[in-house]
Structure formats: C-alpha cells, structure tokens
Design a protein around this ligand. Structure first.
Ligand code: GTP
Length: 371
C-alpha cells in the first residue's frame, strides 16, 4: 500500500480551535509478535489500511488538524508512509525518542511542538467510537487539568478501573481486581491542559497511569471523566487485532478511512479470491492475495500477497505478507508470520504463532496451545 491509497481529507469539517493532538505510537507491540517484528503495531494493515489511518481520519473528522506523533520503535516508517499528513488533511509532525520514554514521557517529549492550550492525547492502538468533540467539551466545561475518556465495559475485571464522584471527577486509579467497584476503565484518550504537560519530568520514562495521573490526583488537580459506552477495543493482542479489523470491515467500528463499503469482506486491488471461496465475518483480503476454490476465510486478516489454498479453513487469524496456507490446512485463532508456509493438512489452533519464513511440512501436523 502506498500513501496514494489514503482516503481524501474531510474538507468541509468545521475546525476545532485551540486544540491539537498527540498520538503515541512508540510501543514495541510485544503481544503482537511476530507481526510487530517487521512493522510497528499502529502500521499493521487493519481493514485494508494501516491501523493509524483509521485513528488519524477520526481525529481529522473531529476538526483537529495539527497532530504530533510520538515515535520510538521503528520510528522512520511513520514519516515514510504519512509524510506531512496533507493527504489526510492534516499537519503532521514527528518526534523520535532516543530511548523509549513510556506514555507520559513521550507526551512531555513532544511539548516543544505544541502550540494550543488543549492537547488531545491518543494511545495509537485503540479503536474507539467516542465523540471526540464531546470529550473536549467536557474538558472545557469542567475547566479540568486533565480529562480522561472512560468507557464502560461488560467485564471490568480484566482492567484497572477508574471510579468517579457525582460531579464526574476521578477519585482513584485502581489495579485489576476480582470485584471492581465500577465498570469504568481508562480508554487511552485524554485532554491535557498544556501547562500540565510542561510539568511532566523530561528525559526519562514516565507512565501516565502509574505516575502522572496518581501524582496529579494526590496533588489535588482536577481530573475529569468523560464516560460513555461507545465502541472500544484495545488492539494489543492477536485476538483483539482480528476482532477490530473484522469490526471495521463490517462497519461495527466507525472509521472514515475504510477502503470500500462495509460488508462481509474487503478485497483489495489485485487480489484473486476464487468464486467458490467463502469470505465472511469481516475478512480482509490484501492486495495480490490468492484464495483457492472451496477455501473458507472467516474474520481473518490476509496481508498483501498471502495465498490460501483450495479447501483451506482460516478463521480469526492473521496471515502475514506472502505467507501460504496450503490446500486443506486448518488455521484458527493463529498468527502466521510473513512468508511462512503452512503445509497441506496441518491444523493450527488456539493462539499458535508461526514465525516469519518458517515452513511447516505437509502431513497433518496438529499444533495447539490448548493442552
Ligand atoms: P505491548 O508491548 O504488546 O504491551 O504493546 P505496546 O508496546 O504498544 O504497549 P502498550 O499497549 O501498553 O502501549 C500503549 C500505547 O502507548 C501504544 O499506542 C504504544 O505505541 C504507546 N507507547 C508505549 N510505550 C511507549 C513509549 O515508550 N514511547 C512512545 N512514544 N509510545 C509508547
């Protein structure tokens, strides 16, 4: 995919004044290995475009134009792809960390490029349907030092939770527990008053969740919550990554950057799915992929040039660039690295990950992490 494939900027959106955005994209994405060995997590193709394109297009759609990317791991690929941001209607700048500075350290590290009073900060791996203009409104109405988007989730036990008082002020940051007192969790999107950013210690790793926010709370700062129940997914794990991509393809997760109409599948240029291949559940078929007759591909992400053989089954799986799943193989809930070959008749299940370039021989090998 090239920068020419980016969707056009949203021209007639009323600009939001006095606010700009910082997107944190410097993480190593270890939970998504081996996919993140060759590309940083926010650049992984998701519903046909790098994940970050979806986020940037939502920022632009909210009327924000100045965006600074805080980069560290594989920093150069972001600028190579997005350039000055003009194709997305953005004024995009980049800052590279000498050493990873963690989330708050990364925000502090871009402060010299910021020029507005309000700064919206985004984790670069969150897929969310939150109304960004409403988050900013909450921040301004409450004259907060920091406003946090908190999302209500069905099972808060898997996350640290963030209780609030009757006025919507944050009262604590709690670790994961079996009995969380609230279903509100930190959604990884904040509005910072500029002066708060300037007070974050410079030049060393600092975490927003472990250091900055608890410190502000203890010092009596106003941390306001913007709570909603919008679509929200952290794309940090393989399971969440395929889920997020499928939700984008099906139109369940909102994006202004989908390269096609929402539906059962998106098929990119040059791909050749056989007319008797079944593509369902929000599957993405990358550029120049081949899918054979009788193959069933469900909620899967096929990176460019992947090949799925006849009668193979690929479900909730990422198949890396140029990788091959040979005829009759079954791959469920797996990650196949770039260029790997899954021999005919193999069965890979339940979180198996195949490293780039590895060849699994034909002949009914069954791998599962489910013991
Ligand atoms: P894992 O290694 O799988 O946990 O993923 P990760 O490295 O992306 O970490 P995590 O998901 O906790 O990061 C949340 C967000 O902060 C992501 O958007 C990361 O890109 C970003 N991030 C994490 N650490 C750093 C850092 O040191 N510098 C910068 N600029 N961004 C970071």
């Amino acid at each position: 995919m090239s920068a020419h494939d980016l969707p056009p900027p949203g021209g007639d959106i009323e600009p939001l004044r006095g606010v700009e955005a910082v997107v944190l994209v410097g993480g190593k994405g270890t939970r998504l290995r081996p996919l993140t060995l060759s590309a940083p997590k926010p650049m992984l193709p998701t519903a046909g475009v790098p994940f970050l394109t979806h986020l940037l297009s939502r920022i632009r759609a909210a009327g924000i134009t100045h965006v600074v990317l805080g980069t560290s791991y594989k920093a150069e690929v972001f600028e190579e792809y997005f350039g000055d941001g003009a194709r997305l209607g953005l004024d995009l700048e980049y800052v590279v960390e000498d050493q990873p500075l963690d989330t708050a350290g990364a925000i502090r590290n871009v402060a010299h490029l910021l020029r507005a009073d309000d700064v919206m900060v985004f984790n670069g791996d969150i897929l969310s349907g939150v109304d960004l203009r409403a988050v900013l409104e909450t921040h301004r109405d409450s004259a907060a030092d920091v406003t946090l988007h908190l999302v209500k989730v069905p099972d808060p036990r898997r996350f640290g939770c963030v209780p609030t008082d009757a006025d919507g002020r944050v009262t604590a940051f709690l670790e994961k527990t079996e009995n969380p007192p609230t279903d509100q969790i930190n959604a990884g999107c904040y509005v910072f008053r500029r002066s708060v950013i300037d007070r974050i210690p410079a030049g060393r790793p600092v975490s927003v969740e472990r250091e900055t926010f608890p410190g502000l709370l203890a010092a009596g700062a106003r941390l306001q919550a913007h709570v909603d129940s919008s679509y929200w997914l952290d794309l940090g794990t393989p399971g969440a990554f395929v889920q997020g991509s499928a939700d984008l393809v099906r139109g369940v997760a909102p994006s202004a950057a989908l390269p096609g109409d929402p539906g059962d599948a998106i098929v990119l240029a040059g791909a050749r799915p056989h007319e008797r291949a079944l593509l369902t559940g929000g599957t993405t078929v990358g550029a120049d992929c081949v899918v054979g007759a009788g193959a069933r591909v469900h909620s899967a992400v096929l990176f460019d040039g992947a090949v799925i053989g006849e009668n193979a089954v690929v479900e909730r799986t990422v198949v890396g660039a140029g990788a091959r799943v040979e005829p009759g193989a079954v791959v469920r809930d797996a990650v196949i690295g770039d260029g790997a070959v899954i021999g005919a008749g193999c069965e890979l299940l339940d979180g198996v990950r195949v490293w780039p370039g590895v060849t699994l021989p034909q002949g009914g090998i069954r791998f599962s992490t489910d013991v």
